[in-house]
Design a binder for this molecule. Structure first.
Ligand SMILES: CC(C)(COP(=O)(O)OP(=O)(O)OC[C@H]1O[C@@H](n2cnc3c(N)ncnc32)[C@H](O)[C@@H]1OP(=O)(O)O)[C@@H](O)C(=O)NCCC(=O)NCCSC(=O)C[C@H](O)C(=O)O
Ligand SMILES: [Mg+2]
Length: 288
């Protein structure tokens, strides 16, 4: 059995300076909370949001949820102050926006020092032309997680961002492949229409089927649909248990390939089944 898995099915963004949202996030059914200092915060409120983020991180109370702060870009008017301020508190990760080149991740790491994980938004066209180098150099800057920024990407590409996301599918796949090749986690972009539960479910399932670890979200109402889509289904859990049990049978000892419920099943399927069961156990413990 593989080791314990830390689920990252749902990462909830909120403007760091919205106190009622910060309070709700402490109890929300999400695996990560992202306190935003970037696009959800108006220029005149950047200082107030930075102070609120530091206070929220210091106060804690987010339980098992990973606590992430999204800073402004290092070359913006606010980025250096955001990063310096984070030395006063200890978020689990810092999410950097609009990463374009591999060397930028190192620049952020140098400013941050050791400590928080580095997460990076993939949301510029340049980033997708540089993705091989960015992910290959991720270990050097302790970059652990990619987060898709489909709104910014749509803006730069001049593409239509609808529920089915046809123009984005090659990029989403490229992001998943690059992440997996270098052992990174990868989170899908947000779904903007808070009232459209059917559309959200469709897009969460699409992301889960493509291999994303989870999705970023913008409202607590979106959490249960998202968690359900990224949880292994009952059928997947039953199949995983059957595969593990079949390989445990004495007559299958040492075999590389067997038949389970009529299907060819190899050691690679056993590894996949073990991962499914580990994720299932972890989400069962969380109860979400
Ligand atoms: C989109 C919102 C501005 C909607 O806000 P509002 O109209 O006030 O929503 P509600 O009336 O339904 O709120 C009810 C209560 O729920 C709390 N709430 C709302 N949203 C959140 C949240 N995200 N996290 C926690 N709690 C939340 C409210 O505080 C209300 O509580 P109360 O006042 O006690 O009743 C709003 O939902 C929002 O701001 N969402 C997050 C927006 C955000 O962070 N955007 C930036 C990230 S998305 C992005 O940039 C993606 C990427 O970069 C890209 O390029 O794609
Ligand atoms: Mg963005």
């Amino acid at each position: 059995m593989t080791g314990q898995i830390r689920p990252l099915r749902s990462a909830l963004y909120l403007p760091a300076n919205r106190a009622s949202a910060v309070a709700k996030a402490r109890q929300a059914d999400c695996d990560a909370v992202i306190l935003d200092l970037e696009d959800a915060v108006a220029p005149e409120a950047k200082g107030e949001a930075r102070e609120a983020a530091i206070a929220a991180v210091r106060e804690g109370g987010f339980g098992h949820r990973m606590l992430v702060v999204r800073v402004n870009a290092i070359d913006s008017e606010w980025g250096a102050k955001d990063i310096a301020a984070l030395s006063q508190c200890r978020p689990d990760a810092v999410l950097v926006p609009k990463l374009c080149h591999a060397d930028e991740a190192n620049a952020y790491r140098q400013e941050l020092g050791e400590g928080p994980e580095l997460w990076a938004m993939l949301e510029t066209c340049i980033a997708f032309t540089q993705l091989g180098a960015i992910s290959a150099k991720a270990a050097g800057s302790k970059l652990t997680t990619f987060v898709l920024g489909t709104n910014d990407l749509a803006l730069e590409m001049r593409a239509k961002l609808d529920t089915a996301r046809a123009p984005f599918l090659p990029l989403l796949t490229q992001a998943v492949i690059s992440a997996r090749a270098h052992g990174l986690s990868v989170l899908d972009g947000v779904f903007n229409d808070i009232a459209d539960e059917g559309g959200l479910e469709q897009q969460c399932r699409q992301g889960a089927d493509m291999g994303f670890d989870g999705k970023t979200l913008i409202h607590p109402k979106q959490l249960s649909i998202c968690n359900a889509a990224f949880n292994p289904s009952e059928q997947e859990v039953d199949r995983a248990k059957a595969i593990v049990a079949a390989f445990d049978l004495p007559e299958n000892a040492g075999k590389g390939v067997i038949k389970v419920d009529g299907r060819m099943t190899e050691i690679l399927h056993l590894r996949e089944a073990e991962r499914t069961l580990a994720l299932h156990q972890a989400t069962q413990r969380l109860g979400t």
